[in-house]
Design a protein around this ligand. Structure first.
Ligand code: 13P
Length: 307
């Protein structure tokens, strides 16, 4: 048996997790004699397998919470200076990444007023670098003035400016190629939810991104049910978690287990200081994309929701 480690697989699989190393080890059953060489080999093999799985799981919990403020078409120099002052003076949770989606014309202004730990995002960018596209801005321009992110596919761009899944995915592809990080928005309308089509809609939107995005490292997905945006009707933590869990499974099935474990999925739609803490407790909610409340001092409490 000693020469054939697979011959004895009656090893206790309980994990012994060292709090320091976070490395589980397979535990031998209580043996009256010292473990044989074969048993040791099996134990080592099992430890490695378990550690590999455990590492993947621990990556899931290691997703850094990410809170975005989407100011939309709001603010002027005076009010932006005030918000930036509030954020600069506040104790922001260092374990939360913060990104401000600022109107393009004020991006450089906000960049200069915000703490350097806070990222800034454009709220849109076109799918090519330059050219005769009156009124558009490009990812390289955003980068040039100090933005590191862009929000794409927001439901307002989809509904008001008729942006298709395909165009949004092309924009995401180009923005990523130019070195921007992308907050990729998705979400169903009230009619779609009531027709029981939520999963179908978000899967379709994810499919479109997946056709163009090869590397998901610099992508954060923002699930924003359209019926919850600006309406004061937040999805309950359970409703949000249900869709986030569906998205996580979709990523596992259609992209990879690794991407599914690492990709951050924000929730957006009437997030306030009052509901952020409960939403933040859900295992697949990795942050928020906040509209109205990001223009108010309560945004600090939303950023710190996990404290
Ligand atoms: O659209 C949103 C963020 O992108 C959410 O807006 P509200 O937080 O105002 O509902």
């Amino acid at each position: 048996m000693d020469n054939n480690p697979s011959a004895d697989i009656s090893v206790d699989l309980r994990l012994s997790v060292s709090s320091k190393a976070h490395k589980p080890t397979a535990v031998f059953p209580k043996l009256s004699k010292r473990p044989s060489e074969g048993q040791k080999k099996v134990s080592k093999l099992l430890s490695e397998i378990l550690y590999a799985n455990f590492s993947t799981n621990s990556k899931m919990s290691a997703r850094k919470f990410c809170v975005g403020g989407n100011w939309k078409m709001n603010g002027d120099q005076k009010s932006i200076a005030e918000i930036c002052k509030t954020l600069s003076g506040a104790a922001l949770d260092p374990n939360t990444e913060v990104v401000i989606g600022c109107p393009a014309i004020y991006l450089m202004y906000a960049r200069n007023l915000l703490p350097c730990t806070v990222g800034v995002a454009g709220q849109n960018a076109y799918k090519v670098a330059k050219g005769a596209f009156t009124g558009e801005i490009s990812p390289s321009m955003l980068k040039d003035i100090g933005a590191d992110w862009v929000i794409l596919g927001h439901s307002e761009r989809r509904a008001i400016f008729n942006e298709s899944d395909e165009l949004i995915a092309e924009k995401a592809e180009h923005a990523l190629a130019e070195g921007l990080k992308v907050i990729a928005c998705i979400g169903e309308t009230l009619d779609e939810r009531e027709a029981g089509k939520t999963n179908e809609v978000v899967a379709r939107q994810m499919c479109a991104y997946a056709k163009k995005v090869r590397d998901w490292t610099n992508v954060v997905v923002a699930y924003e049910p359209v019926w919850a945006i600006g309406t004061g009707k937040t999805a309950t933590p359970e409703q949000a978690q249900e869709v986030h869990a569906f998205l996580r499974q979709w990523l596992t099935d259609n992209i990879s287990k690794e991407v599914s474990a690492a990709l951050r999925i924000q929730y957006g739609g009437s997030v306030t200081a009052a509901n952020a803490k409960e939403l933040a407790k859900k295992p697949d909610i990795d942050g928020f994309l906040v509209g109205g409340a990001s223009l108010k001092p309560e945004f600090v409490d939303i950023i710190n929701a996990r404290q």
